[in-house]
Design a protein around this ligand. Structure first.
Ligand SMILES: [Zn+2]
Length: 65
């Protein structure tokens, strides 16, 4: 995924970085958990998290749908 954010909505800063974290998602509908990687786009000026997304969201699909 490309960085498409041009400007921080909080401070107007234009410097960003991407960070990632490994998360365990627990479904509230079905009793299973999936490990996945969560990515953040963070403003380097004020620390605002401008975007959070996970890699391979299809992994969270489960069951009949
Ligand atoms: Zn900012």
């Amino acid at each position: 995924m490309n960085l498409t954010i041009k400007k921080c909505l909080e401070c107007g800063g234009t410097s960003f970085t991407q960070a990632s974290d490994h998360k365990c998602f627990r479904s509230i509908e079905k009793s299973f958990t999936k490990g996945t990687v969560e990515n953040y786009i963070v403003c380097l000026t004020c620390g605002e998290i401008l975007s959070i997304y996970i890699l391979h969201p299809g992994k969270l699909k489960y069951g009949n749908h």
